[in-house]
Write a protein that binds this ligand. Sequence first.
Ligand code: S3P
Length: 181
Amino acid sequence: MRERGDAIVLVGFMGVGKSSVGVELCRRTGLRAFDTDAIVVAKMNSSIAEIFDRLGAETFREEETEALRGIPHGRHVIITGGGSVLRAENLELMRALGVIVWLQADAEAIFRRVAHRDHRPLLRGGDPRLKIRELLEARENFYRDAAEIVIDTSRRTPAEVAQAILEQVPTLLGESASHAG
Ligand code: S3P
């Protein structure tokens, strides 16, 4: 069996705080972050909205998988896009990279966090509250199946979430931390 890597892989719906928690984790641990959305944007030299509009969702998903393939194994923080769990290949890649942590939030908390931003193609147009609820329902099982650790972020700050992750994955703090278990 392939050995699991040492990274922490953050998954979860748009607006649950993956990026802010990732930044906080890096600040506390000194680890490097890899963000699949940012990798795709840099490679394509286009915003995610532009990629969806001009090249289509499937191209974005291909690039997202390619980004995961390109992340080296090691002790770092990996921030994924909200739809990354939908592809079986992505799950295999993420499991090989490290521990998958699902950042969860309720629909209302997500709405509050994304309402003032319009860069997410999947939430544009229509009633964003309804879209969030529908997409959450459609994806919940994918996140649940992917995750080894689940943390509800609805009423926690990114710092509190990062703290909760570090308590559950002490190896992130360094080689001196316990590797037992
Ligand atoms: C997506 C989430 C986005 C981005 C793209 C698609 C999704 O990332 O990858 O817009 O399918 O949920 P965030 O979760 O960082 O917003």
